[in-house]
Design a protein around this ligand. Structure first.
Ligand code: SAM
Length: 286
């Protein structure tokens, strides 16, 4: 896959295969298909052309930025709304546009994902003991899937309990493991059992068989996480997985590492709005 830079954060992908048949580049905030250019003589004319093409618009500043902003001011913007993590419908069709010259623009009408990963879409709560729950909420919201109340969930690296709090809202039964300390309020929940030990030795000793979901936000090297995920899928091919890949020491050779993670059957990797120097590994289909 080759990239041609169109603007500060916009790249045209030159690919011999249709991009969505391959996979979304892991760091991309959106892939826009079927882009085409349009000509206009005035700001009003550009607005009249764009307006019927989508419900909402976002402007990607590249060239003729002031003119672009003036056009954008007459279009509908994505509402600054925050969604509960179990919302099924996000925004209506969104299109991007940018200008190439004073009289020529490009419209990107077919945006994936529907709500690009540069938007923070999550309704926040006061109760969780850490803000890490925002990452997991974003996964549930964007992928429209989460554990059911009858599911058994294993959570690694759970302390102080942000993800555990979110999972406990779903009513599923949670075994969580962390060497650190969990918030005592979370532990009052009868569906939560905490093991204060190393996750690696716990899973090898107790097995992952019987769990429907594995969650990991453990601070560990990507290599150790990859080993654990490969072993888990081997032991329990039906398990669904959400795991944070912490890349702090690995920005040099991340590409090769990502390829290894993506060899796990049904794996996907995205960079969430709420991820920092991390990526999120997903295996939501089995
Ligand atoms: C980013 S924090 C997790 C935050 C948590 N997800 C939340 O929502 O509050 C990472 C955690 O990984 C735990 N951790 C690191 N290595 C571990 C190991 N080998 N076994 C268990 N926990 C580990 C740390 O103790 C730390 O609490």
């Amino acid at each position: 896959m080759r990239f041609e830079r169109l603007g500060s954060h916009i790249y045209k992908i030159k690919s011999t295969q249709p991009i969505m048949e391959k996979r979304m580049p892991v760091w991309a905030s959106a892939i826009c298909l079927n882009a085409h250019t349009f000509q206009f003589h005035s700001i009003k004319e550009a607005q009249r052309f764009l307006s019927p093409k989508a419900k909402y618009f976002d402007y990607l500043p590249t060239y003729y930025i002031r003119r672009g902003h003036l056009i954008f001011s007459g279009l509908r913007m994505i509402p600054a709304k925050k969604w509960h993590f179990q919302t099924h419908t996000l925004v209506g069709p969104l299109a991007f546009f940018t200008l190439l010259s004073a009289g020529e623009g490009i419209i990107f009408p077919d945006v994936h994902p529907v709500l690009p990963l540069t938007y923070s879409p999550i309704k926040e709560f006061k109760e969780p003991p850490s803000r890490a729950y925002l990452k997991l909420s974003e996964v549930f919201l964007r992928k429209k899937t989460w554990p059911q109340s009858f599911h058994k969930v294993l959570e690694l690296g759970s302390s102080p309990g942000g993800w555990t709090w979110l999972l406990s809202q779903l009513g599923c039964s949670i075994e969580c493991i962390d060497k650190g300390t969990m918030s005592s309020e979370i532990l009052n929940n009868k569906n939560v059992t905490w093991h204060k030990t190393s996750a690696f030795s716990w899973v090898k000793k107790h097995s992952v068989v019987g769990f429907d979901w594995l969650f990991s936000d453990m601070a560990c090297s990507p290599e150790k996480l990859l080993d654990l995920i490969e072993w888990t899928v081997q032991q329990n091919p039906q398990i669904r997985i959400v795991a944070t890949i912490k890349l702090n020491r690995h920005l040099g050779n991340w590409n090769q590492l990502i390829e290894q993670f993506l060899r796990v059957p049904n794996a996907e990797i995205i960079h969430l709005y709420h991820n920092k120097h991390e990526l999120t590994f997903l295996r939501l289909k089995t």
